[in-house]
Design a protein around this ligand. Structure first.
Ligand SMILES: CC(=O)N[C@H]1[C@@H](OP(=O)(O)OP(=O)(O)OC[C@H]2O[C@@H](n3ccc(=O)[nH]c3=O)[C@H](O)[C@@H]2O)O[C@H](CO)[C@@H](O)[C@@H]1O
Ligand SMILES: C=C(OP(=O)(O)O)C(=O)O
Length: 527
């Protein structure tokens, strides 16, 4: 059915007395109008997306048009906003019937962590930034909500994958959506760009997964050479930006963190002179950010190394298109799904250079896999390959599995090794020195029959192989452990229930649907 089938362009609007201000249609009309304005669209632009006329949109917004469910669905899609939902709103749960192998192939989507960094980086550009292949995940929506609340225009294209951002000359920093900001840690990356825009501003405390205390001190230390001083009080950071003495600066990061490196890069991009960042992270999201900044005209040497030299440009004004590269953590999640279900499965577009240590450890554990010839991601840089895994007899690695900053084993990939270790024979020691609270969440695997012993908050001992059994588990409040439980449920015979899975949408797009396409039996339900 086409839009013109459901919105006859010439159908007369009902008489005003037929649509009092509080009718459902009138309220939906207001919702449509607000969502359209929020997306920065004119009535004519929305009409074009729906293949209808501007007058039809005007009638809808006035509550004078009968709406079919089909049209409401397409309006929601065109406005990139769920205008209505049927049934009680509440947490999402999964019913997983496991114990059967997956099959076929699945492509890796772009990364959450690069997306959020690039969204923050768009604040530096006076011109238009188009980010291509952006993951449609809640974390991206949260940062977009914050950006829009301060006046940035952000519009998805008709395919819903490419996002165009334009930052106004004046930002409405007082209007910041504090609620959205508090739910993401990435808002900390507003500090670097904003110190060039205002001499005083406030940001809400950054949130994120429940992984224990996550320090922000390295960010403060890294940004001090740019004149930034931050005081924390009552849930807000109060930032003041003073003059700096020297044009050239060397910053030695006290931790090789990803977002702290990104913050230093964001500050250096528009700072006069040359900034040298030592002990920089060279992880995938940092590389994506460097490539974007280079497109904007910032000179950066040392991409992929731990010393970055940045030649700042006080004005960045370019219309640029950048395609975000594939997510190594999503790739690891999909590989784990195949490994623990004993499947033959191909994961295409795997950012292989960010999974080399992971694959080397898996090879030691007996995983049989093959790689396609390498090819480049659409950012022109990242090395990709298709990885095909085969059912394998896994054994525990001799040494402990532990993360390190890139090129070590990715910190966010570590939890997946707990599920894999549970499927392997022997005892595997997993040492998460990074997060105080992430390893604890892995003990939920015991609910599904795994032998996972928490030795201390940072170390778990996993003994396998596990005879997985189905269970009902409430999702842990941490993204990767939550996905680990889901993957273990795919391995467990019988029907398991995973409750409150909304956290998974923070970092994964259509994960259940994609697993179902590979043969998984997952049903989504609400209370
Ligand atoms: C949006 C984003 O990109 N998030 C990623 C980013 O978060 P982010 O950059 O915020 O990571 P943090 O700064 O919180 O670092 C993670 C933890 O590692 C510790 N630490 C880190 C480096 C170091 O050299 N020494 C050290 O002790 C920190 O104190 C902290 O406890 O990096 C983390 C570590 O890769 C990933 O889990 C997150 O997915
Ligand atoms: C810890 C993570 O991310 P964030 O920094 O967004 O909390 C993660 O991706 O697992």
């Amino acid at each position: 059915m086409t839009a013109t089938d459901t919105i006859p362009p010439d159908s007369p609007a009902p008489e005003p007395h037929g649509r009092p201000a509080d009718t459902v249609m009138h309220r939906i009309g207001l919702l449509v109008r607000d969502a359209r304005r929020h997306r920065g669209l004119t009535q004519a632009e929305l009409a074009e997306r729906l293949g209808t006329s501007q007058s039809a949109i005007a009638r809808i917004e006035q509550g004078g048009q009968n709406l079919t469910l089909d049209l409401l669905g397409r309006l929601s899609e065109a406005l990139d906003s769920e205008l209505f939902s049927v049934g009680p709103a509440g947490p999402t749960h999964l019913r997983v019937t496991g114990g059967t192998p997956l099959r076929g192939s699945v492509a890796v989507k772009s990364s959450k962590n690069a997306a959020v960094a690039l969204l923050c980086a768009a604040l530096l550009n006076r011109g238009r930034t188009t980010l291509r292949n952006v993951a449609r995940i809640v974390e991206v929506e949260r940062i977009l909500d914050v950006l829009r609340s301060i006046g940035v225009s952000a519009t998805w294209d008709a395919s819903g994958r490419d996002l165009t951002l334009v930052t106004p000359d004046e930002l409405d920093l007082a209007g910041i959506d504090a609620d959205a900001a508090r739910r993401t840690r990435s808002v900390i990356m507003f500090l670097g760009p904003l110190l060039h825009r205002a001499s005083r501003f406030e940001l809400p405390y950054a949130g994120g997964c429940d992984l224990g205390t996550r320090t922000v001190q390295p960010h403060m230390i890294a940004l001090r050479p740019f004149g930034l001083e931050v005081e924390a009080h009552a849930g807000w950071y109060s930032a003041t930006v003073g003059a700096t003495r020297s044009a050239d600066r060397t910053i030695v990061l006290t931790e090789r963190g990803d977002t702290v490196t990104e913050n230093a890069l964001l500050a250096a991009a528009r700072a006069d002179g040359t900034t040298t960042i030592r002990n920089a992270s060279s992880n995938y999201m940092v590389q994506d950010l460097c490539l974007y900044l280079q497109l904007l005209g910032v000179g950066i040497e040392g991409l992929g190394t731990t010393t970055l030299t940045v030649h700042g440009q006080p004005v960045l004004d370019a219309d640029v298109d950048y395609t975000i590269s594939e997510d190594p953590v999503e790739a690891m999640s999909l590989l784990t799904a195949g490994i623990v279900t004993g499947s033959e499965l191909t994961v295409t577009r795997t950012p292989i250079e960010f999974l080399e240590v992971e694959l080397a450890v898996l090879a030691e554990m007996g995983l049989r896999y093959s790689l396609s010839p390498e090819y480049r991601a659409d950012n022109g840089h990242t090395r990709l390959a298709d990885v095909t895994i085969r059912p394998s007899e896994l054994r525990a690695p001799i040494d402990k599995v532990h993360p390190m900053p890139f090129p070590g084993l990715n910190i966010d990939n570590l939890p997946f090794f707990a599920v894999i270790a549970a499927a392997a024979s022997g005892s595997t020691l997993i040492h998460d020195w990074v997060y105080d609270n992430r390893a604890i969440h892995l003990s939920d695997l015991t609910r599904l029959g795994a032998d996972v012993r928490l030795l201390d908050p940072h170390r778990v001992l996993v003994a396998g192989p596990t005879r997985w059994s189905s269970a009902e588990v409430v999702c842990p409040p941490a993204l990767r452990p939550a996905v680990c439980i889901l993957l273990a449920m795919l391995a467990a015979r019988g029907t398991s229930v995973l409750r409150n899975v909304d956290i998974i949408a923070r970092g994964y797009e259509h994960l259940y649907e994609r697993l179902v396409e590979m043969g998984a039996r997952i049903e989504v339900f609400h209370d």
